[in-house]
Write a protein that binds this ligand. Structure first.
Ligand code: AHM
Ligand code: MG
Length: 335
């Protein structure tokens, strides 16, 4: 039962029973994410004030080392997740290899791995445009009490137990799913509490927005070019509106609320696309499907891809079901 104006804390407790595994552990994990999100949000909000956007290695006026905001966000999420005795390993866009949580030995029962993009769209920070955090949670597949292994991270998206994102926008929102629909919570910065503002989020049946970096048009495969022309054609309810922030979380969030498609296809310059399967596409695909949308690599379901490497890239088409299916129709002509 979804009640408006619930806090995230209340919501987690009321919905614990829906979680297939130990509900208390997942609740604590989500709790640590909401805490880290508040810390990062605080820093993101004052980015222009304290010049934290400077490069790593620079020193600020107080003589303190400056950190780039994405490095800061990475550290905060890792610190917060590490201290809860639930997570045994973390993989992040910011780290080449996965992190084994120290103390995850025979005395510890930590069962979960978290994969994340701590600050997605970070090229937007300097210009005061929305950025986000993306996270994906799995149960480990290797025995509890042993150090985490690569195979714990290389699980297909359909094995995710939870996924979500935080969008640091005009307001800050945390949106997540545990496989029972998608719920969005807005941060009240005065109180530091997250309120259920967007219960049971669903894509509208028909979308009219397409989001793609059209500057890459000449490098796109023919199927993508044809689909873009279809979006621009004056027919039926088209042309669609073009909206591209260049921040996956923000583009995704808008399209889920208003109806639309986001795509980052392959191109002659990026033969596998740009977005990372494990901590960008899989979590967004899980949320999209839970919101009655669809996520595809242009031909097949994102969540069924068997990952080969931690930082693997895949082409990504995600949004309103009918729009993704139409894009797939165009792609199939040139398969
Ligand atoms: P990042 O993780 O380095 O920020 O890259 C991912 C971002 C997405 O948020 C966004 O949709 C895309 O890259 C934008 O890329 P481009 O500038 O090539 O359009
Ligand atoms: Mg990213």
């Amino acid at each position: 039962m979804v009640k408006k104006n619930q806090t995230l804390g209340e919501f987690i407790i009321e919905n614990q029973s829906e979680f297939a595994y130990s509900s208390g552990e997942l609740s604590r994990l989500i709790n640590s994410i909401r805490l880290a999100a508040k810390v990062v949000n605080h820093e993101v909000n004052k980015a222009g004030l304290v010049d934290i956007t400077g490069a790593v290695g620079e020193t600020n006026v107080q003589g303190e080392d400056q950190q780039k905001l994405d490095v800061y966000a990475n550290e905060k999420f890792i610190q917060t997740l590490t201290n809860r005795e639930i997570v045994c390993g973390i993989a992040s866009e910011e780290n080449d290899d996965f992190i084994t949580i120290e103390g995850c030995n025979k005395d510890h029962k930590n069962k979960y791995v978290v994969l994340m993009d701590p600050l997605d769209g970070s090229s937007n920070i300097d210009v005061n445009v929305s950025v986000g955090t993306i996270f994906s949670i799995y149960r480990r597949v290797t025995p509890v009490g042993t150090p985490v292994q690569l195979e714990d991270f290389l699980q297909p998206g359909n094995k995710q137990v939870a996924a979500g994102y935080i969008v640091y926008g005009t307001s800050t929102m945390l949106v997540y799913t545990t496989g029972h629909g998608v719920n969005g919570f807005t941060l009240n910065p005065a109180l530091g509490s997250w309120y259920l503002s967007h219960p049971d989020m669903k894509y509208p049946e028909n979308g009219h927005i397409y989001s793609v970096n059209e500057g890459n048009y000449v490098h796109f495969p023919q199927g993508v070019k044809d689909y873009i022309k279809y979006c621009q054609e004056e027919k039926d309810d088209r042309p669609y509106t073009s909206r591209y922030i260049g921040s996956l979380v923000s583009d995704f969030h808008r399209n889920m609320i208003k109806g639309g498609i986001y795509f980052y296809p392959t191109s002659s310059k990026a033969p596998n696309g740009k977005l990372r399967l494990l901590y960008e596409c899989n979590p967004m695909a899980f949320i999209a499907e839970q919101a009655s949308g669809k996520a595809s690599d242009g031909f097949s379901r994102i969540l069924d891809i068997e990952p080969q490497e931690l930082h693997q890239r895949v082409p990504f088409f995600c949004g309103s079901r009918s729009m993704v299916e139409k894009a797939e129709e165009f792609m199939a002509k040139y398969k």
